[in-house]
Write a protein that binds this ligand. Structure first.
Ligand SMILES: C[S@@+](CC[C@H](N)C(=O)[O-])C[C@H]1O[C@@H](n2cnc3c(N)ncnc32)[C@H](O)[C@@H]1O
Length: 228
């Protein structure tokens, strides 16, 4: 069993790097946060994305966090326009810095998008990708994500989620149970979600579960398809 990514991993302090400065004189690279878990999980996630994503189209990333996933994945999908979004201003600055540093034509600067809002900043997308968001946020964020995906995904569009899930109401590993307890101690509204509940909500929003992929460290990639 691999090491479980912890919330502490996801929130490691930003690392300083040398790089240029922007018009305000601030170091661009200083705003790039480095989440170790995000660097560890990117290869296994990439392998799934390579198999399931369309070659061309528009991908909306929700809760992009540091921006490391966007910076790593976008150059590997040159036919996809990769649009990261992030509601937290400090994280969004990190995403912007990673985008600038990556300098990839298909990777757009981040948008401010809170999934709980009734109106999102984009009206349509071929794919929505969100990693490690719905358990480190209140349940309303899962509801908002599904509602928004139901509204904006094109027919047959994909919603791709990555993270830990309970299955049949049970944790899939003791380390996930510990992680869940640690999340709840930080915020009682957080916690690892039951895949059955997530799937029920998705179905109510016109999204069918098409595949679950076992990932390292007791995580899953879960893929939904927008029905007619
Ligand atoms: C643990 S981080 C994961 C970041 C990144 N996806 C990754 O895997 O490294 C969770 C992210 O979800 C974002 N988030 C929290 N509530 C949200 C909401 N209501 N709408 C969109 N994103 C949200 C947070 O700001 C944070 O950046």
């Amino acid at each position: 069993m691999g090491k479980l990514p912890t919330f502490q991993d996801m929130n490691d302090a930003p690392s300083a790097n040398d790089a240029g400065t922007d018009s305000t004189g601030d170091s661009i690279a200083d705003r790039r946060q480095h989440f170790p878990a995000t660097e560890r999980n990117r290869e296994p996630i990439l392998a799934v994305l390579k198999r399931v994503l369309p070659e061309t189209g528009f991908l909306l990333e929700i809760g992009a966090g540091s921006g490391q996933h966007a910076a790593y994945f976008a150059p590997r999908f040159p036919g996809l326009t990769w649009q990261p979004t992030e509601p937290d201003p400090i994280n969004r600055a990190s995403v912007a810095a990673w985008v600038e540093d990556t300098n990839t034509p298909n990777l757009r600067p981040p948008l401010d998008l809170d999934v709980t809002k009734d109106v999102w900043s984009l009206e349509t997308s071929d794919v929505i990708y969100s990693a490690n968001m719905i358990h480190i946020a209140p349940w309303e964020c899962c509801l908002g994500l599904m509602a928004g995906a139901g509204r904006i995904l094109k027919e047959n569009g994909l919603l791709v989620l990555y993270g830990p899930f309970m299955r049949g109401g049970e944790h899939t590993a003791p380390s996930n149970a510990q992680f869940d307890a640690s999340l709840k101690s930080q915020n009682p509204a957080w916690g690892i979600r039951n895949l059955d509940h997530v799937t029920d909500v998705a179905q109510g929003c016109g999204l069918a579960l098409v595949e679950t992929v076992d990932m390292p460290a007791n995580n899953l990639t879960v893929i939904f398809n927008r029905q007619n």
